[in-house]
Design a protein around this ligand. Structure first.
Ligand SMILES: *[C@@H]1O[C@H](CO)[C@@H](O)[C@H](O)[C@H]1NC(C)=O
Ligand SMILES: *[C@@H]1O[C@H](CO)[C@@H](O)[C@H](O)[C@H]1NC(C)=O
Ligand SMILES: *[C@@H]1O[C@H](CO)[C@@H](O)[C@H](O)[C@H]1NC(C)=O
Ligand SMILES: *[C@@H]1O[C@H](CO)[C@@H](O)[C@H](O)[C@H]1NC(C)=O
Ligand SMILES: *[C@@H]1O[C@H](CO)[C@@H](O)[C@H](O)[C@H]1NC(C)=O
Ligand SMILES: *[C@@H]1O[C@H](CO)[C@@H](O)[C@H](O)[C@H]1NC(C)=O
Ligand SMILES: *[C@@H]1O[C@H](CO)[C@@H](O)[C@H](O)[C@H]1NC(C)=O
Ligand SMILES: *[C@@H]1O[C@H](CO)[C@@H](O)[C@H](O)[C@H]1NC(C)=O
Ligand SMILES: *[C@@H]1O[C@H](CO)[C@@H](O)[C@H](O)[C@H]1NC(C)=O
Length: 898
């Protein structure tokens, strides 16, 4: 008995241990051995991908022990294969990715970063940095090579995750169709041979499939019809970032959409992602059939029209993203039924119509509401009753270029949990509702009320402990900047109060805001001196723009402590004294001190990274420093209207950025657009986003002597050259015609002599030429562009010039019947704007927008190629726009020869 009892206990013990073991340890320890044929299939797979280090554990007989492989406890069949590369997971739109429930269930969380709201905070900037550094390790872990069809022998596979392996490819998906138990298939990033149209056919053989992720697989073909759909279990479908060839003629398509109809039979779908998949037409009403949808991402396509009323059927919807489409219709009233909706992203469309309580009524769960329009003519209007109280508590509110004013509406003023408030260009006037702001001030991180007509003082009492961004530019604010601003907003990083009516002194405490990054106070009525207690603790400060105020006194030498200061704009004030040499400790790439009373010698210590050096209209004297010959990134050199003397250095050909398009010291800075006035065509024009495209030398209005150095003719990107009102003598360089992009050329009021070089007639972009009041001689060259800007005044005051457009005939000329004298009046300026537009479109205007979408990914060369193929698409579109524009311009300027 005893023995038996003991024996039973022993067996029981053994059994329970065994069971414990089996139950607790997923790494199928001793008991199971993998099946030989499946081991073989895995070995073949390993060979196909070049046996990388990542698969180094793939040795030994029992493949169930290999990393990434899981087997069934009893049968030994491989059931799961996880070889994903988390670092390769896509980041969707920057704005929408915080906590987004991505279809991929196995990816690490590190990449779920960065809505524009989160990204801008220091925290996520760091996070982004961390992510990038973790990529460098992980990207190497990406498998590369070809997936063999033997993988199809893993007949009991339920999970297959190869996502994020951008260097992996497969000739077709036929092998997938034999994996009849498959429930989860993640192949995002894997290149699936785009010539094969039958990928869907293979997938359709998987009746148990619950989740399918094929983002960025280079798929081109999305069949519009299927005879039979087996995928009735599908819950998650991610086809984002594929360039589906959807150029079907929508007008012959009864549904007027490129979304295939079979998709609407997937009635159990919870998550549908068609971001950047080249879909067109209207958003079909059939979406109302997908009643289980929780996440619907349709951003970055070409949808137009209205949101269908059937959207109201999606009673489980939590997130909706329609951003970056061409939606030019309305938001239906049925929208108000989406009581589960948490995040609503409607950025960058052309929304029209009216939003009333009806659309907002039952949005009880709404936390993030983002809507911006680019429809200038008939913007969307919020027309909500003043006594209406919404059922939601928003955290993020971003409304832009629609109308919610003229007052701050009450339905906003009851929102008490806001962290981000962006009400930009929404036609609000009146004063800031302090009560509302005092309610939300403690949690607020981002406040942007720019481009409205808000008046009154800035709040002087409210403490905003967590605000990092404060944008109040282009309003009617008046009064002083709160003197204790560093106490009120200790976390500020971005402060833009420009274009208001602020007066008084710039508070000293501004130099105590530790994390300040940009400080923009331009175009106010600020007076007094610049704050002079700058110190090393403000490491982050990169931009100081206090231009167009009434600041007097000297530039404080303590600014030299701002080691990362790269843009310093103090133009159009009353500053005097010399430029402190301590500024050489900064990292200046742009210095604009124009329109002050600064004196002394030019700063010879300027560093070679500088992109713009604008010191015009001051009292500088002395010569142009020879050391500046090193400024190979300089694009804008404006020293006009000073007391400079001496010669023009003959090393100008060292300014290689004026030759080579690719060299540029200009770096776009987040949340700041540098603006500067440049003299073109004899008048000042303000440039902002196009500033990086300007290439200009203006030395006019000084006492410069000597010859025009011929080296200047090597600066082939130069568009403006103004040396007028000096004492230059000698000939105009013969090769002046090499400056093919020159638009403005002014040598007037010097002592130049000799002939006007014939090459000048090849300057096809020239629109403004002034050679008056010199001693030039001989015949005025004629030809293409010179003919079109023909105007006698530009040659005036050169008694020895002859030929048209002057009346003076050259010796030996026959009498001409119709002297081509035009009016002294300049041509209309419309063309000018055209041309600026033109440059804008080539350059930064698009680049900035483009960069903000694609830029983050461009950081990592190794996968940007595959990853954001849609960028190419956008580039194509830009290229097309430019081409069209060029054709248009050529017509307009009569440059087309035939
Ligand atoms: C089996 O699993 C146990 C517990 O995890 C572990 O200690 C042991 O080393 C494993 N044996 C083998 C052969 O992997
Ligand atoms: C596993 O594979 C075997 C052989 O291929 C097959 O007979 C069996 O039905 C499969 N089991 C499951 C659960 O799919
Ligand atoms: C799925 O549908 C196809 C037709 O597209 C059919 O030939 C096939 O038998 C179906 N497969 C399963 C497993 O139901
Ligand atoms: C989709 O559903 C409709 C109506 O329920 C049906 O007529 C059609 O055949 C289905 N299409 C496919 C491809 O299953
Ligand atoms: C919206 O855009 C489509 C396609 O560009 C156009 O056909 C339609 O007329 C527009 N609708 C409105 C209301 O502007
Ligand atoms: C909002 O919800 C209420 C109660 O649940 C319901 O009676 C009403 O019809 C809903 N309104 C809309 C626009 O869906
Ligand atoms: C600030 O945010 C926290 C966390 O989201 C919340 O619990 C708290 O109520 C908020 N404070 C105010 C004043 O809304
Ligand atoms: C605000 O705008 C409304 C409508 O444009 C106008 O009637 C009102 O006078 C403005 N109020 C102020 C204070 O400017
Ligand atoms: C806001 O600031 C307060 C006080 O500095 C701090 O306790 C709190 O954690 C901050 N809240 C957020 C959401 O950052």
């Amino acid at each position: 008995m005893m023995i038996n009892y003991n024996h039973t206990v022993f067996v029981f013990l053994l059994l329970s241990l065994g069971i414990f073991k089996l139950g607790s340890c997923s790494e199928n320890n001793v008991t199971v051995k993998c099946i030989k044929s499946e081991r073989e299939a895995l070995v073949r797979f390993k060979e196909g991908v070049g046996s990388p280090a990542k698969l180094s554990s793939w040795v030994g007989e029992d493949c169930c022990q290999w990393k990434g492989v899981e087997c069934d406890n009893e049968s030994g069949h491989v059931t799961k294969l996880n070889l994903s590369n988390p670092a390769g997971r896509p980041r969707h739109f920057d704005y929408a990715t915080t906590n987004r429930n991505l279809p991929c269930t196995v990816c690490s969380d590190v990449l779920a970063v960065s809505s524009p709201y989160a990204r801008s905070s220091a925290k996520s900037a760091r996070l982004l940095g961390d992510v990038n550094s973790s990529f460098s390790g992980d990207v190497n872990a990406s498998l590369s090579g070809e997936i063999t069809r033997y993988l199809g022998n893993l007949s009991n596979l339920t999970h297959l995750d190869l996502g994020g392996n951008y260097n992996l490819s497969t000739k077709n998906l036929d092998w997938v169709s034999s994996l009849s138990s498959l429930e989860y298939l993640y192949m995002g990033g894997v290149k699936i041979n785009p010539t094969k149209a039958d990928w869907l056919h293979a997938i359709n053989m998987l009746p148990s499939l619950r989740e399918l992720s094929l983002y960025s697989c280079e798929l081109k073909h999305l069949p519009s019809s299927l005879t039979f759909l087996n995928l009735t279990s599908l819950r998650v479908l991610d086809l984002s970032y594929n360039k589906f060839n959807t150029s079907i003629d929508l007008s012959y398509n009864p549904f007027n959409t490129s979304i295939p109809q079979w998709l609407f039979n997937l009635t159990r779908l919870k998550n549908l992602d068609l971001t950047f998949s080249n879909q067109r037409g209207k958003i079909p009403d059939s979406f109302g059939r997908l009643e289980s949808l929780k996440y619907l991402y349709l951003g970055g396509n070409h949808f137009y029209g209205s949101i269908p009323a059937s959207i109201g059927n999606l009673s489980s919807l939590k997130e909706l993203d329609l951003s970056y489409n061409e939606m030019n219709g309305t938001i239906p009233e049925s929208f108000g039924q989406l009581s589960m909706l948490v995040k609503l992203y409607l950025l960058e469309n052309s929304w029209e119509g009216v939003i009333t309580e009806a659309q907002l009524m039952n949005l009880t769960s709404l936390e993030e509401f983002v809507l911006t329009t680019n429809n200038k003519s008939q913007p969307l209007v919020f027309n909500v009753k003043d006594d209406w109280r919404p059922p939601f508590k928003l955290k993020i509110l971003h409304l832009e270029s629609c109308r919610i004013g003229p007052k701050f509406p009450m339905w906003l003023q009851v929102q008490s949990e806001l962290t981000n408030v962006i009400l930009k260009n929404v036609e609000i006037n009146g004063t800031i509702p302090e009560e509302w702001f005092s309610m939300i001030s403690s949690n607020l991180t981002h406040l942007d009320l720019s481009n409205n007509r808000i008046e009154g003082n800035l709040p002087h009492q409210l403490v905003f402990p967590n605000v990092t961004k404060l944008f109040l530019q282009s309003n009617l604010f008046s009064g002083p900047i709160p003197p204790n601003i560093s106490d009120l907003m200790p976390s500020l990083q971005y402060l833009d109060l420009s274009e208001n009516r602020l007066y008084g002194k710039i508070p000293l405490s501004i130099s105590k805001i530790k994390y300040l990054n940009i400080l923009v106070l331009r175009r106010n009525n600020l007076s007094g001196e610049l704050p002079h207690q700058w110190n090393e603790s403000q490491k982050g400060l990169r931009v100081v723009d206090i231009s167009y105020n009434n600041i007097c006194g000297k530039i404080p030498s303590s600014m030299g402590f701002l080691g990362n200061l790269s843009i310093l704009v103090l133009s159009n004030n009353n500053l005097s004294g010399e430029i402190p040499s301590s500024l050489q400790n900064c990292s200046i790439v742009s210095m604009d001190f124009g329109g002050n009373r600064l004196s002394g010698n030019l700063p010879s210590w300027i560093e070679s990274d500088i992109f713009m050096l604008r010191l015009r209209s001051n009292l500088f004297s002395g010569t142009i420093p020879r050391k500046w010959c090193n400024l190979h990134k300089l694009r804008i050199l404006d020293l006009a209207q000073n007391n400079l003397f001496g010669g023009i250095p003959n090393c100008l050909n060292n300014f290689t950025a004026m030759v080579d398009h690719n060299i540029s010291g200009y770096k776009p800075i987040e949340n700041y657009t540098e603006k500067a006035s440049i003299m073109r065509k004899g008048r000042e024009m303000e440039y902002d986003r196009t500033l990086s495209l300007v290439t200009c030398i203006d030395l006019s209005g000084n006492n410069l002597t000597g010859r025009i150095p011929f080296e200047i003719t090597s600066l082939t990107r130069l568009d403006t050259l103004n040396l007028s009102m000096n004492h230059l003598f000698g000939n105009i360089p013969k090769n002046i015609g090499d400056l093919q992009l020159l638009e403005t050329l002014d040598f007037s009021n010097n002592k130049l002599f000799g002939p006007i070089p014939e090459s000048m007639s090849s300057l096809t972009f020239l629109v403004h030429l002034n050679l008056s009041f010199n001693n030039l001689t001989g015949r005025i060259p004629s030809g293409d562009q010179l003919q079109t800007i023909n105007d006698a005044t530009m040659y005036k005051g050169n008694p020895l010039l002859c030929g048209p457009p002057l009346l003076t005939k050259c010796p030996g000329d026959e009498t001409s019947d119709d002297p081509t004298i035009t009016d002294a009046e300049d041509k209309p300026n419309g063309d000018d704007y055209e041309r600026i537009w033109f440059y804008a479109s080539i350059g930064l205007g698009f680049v900035v927008g483009f960069w903000s979408v694609c830029g983050t990914i461009l950081l990592k060369k190794s996968w940007r190629h595959r990853y954001f193929r849609f960028c190419d698409d956008i580039k194509d579109r830009i290229a097309l726009l430019i081409t069209l524009r060029v054709v248009h311009l050529k017509r307009k300027f009569g440059l087309e020869k035939n």
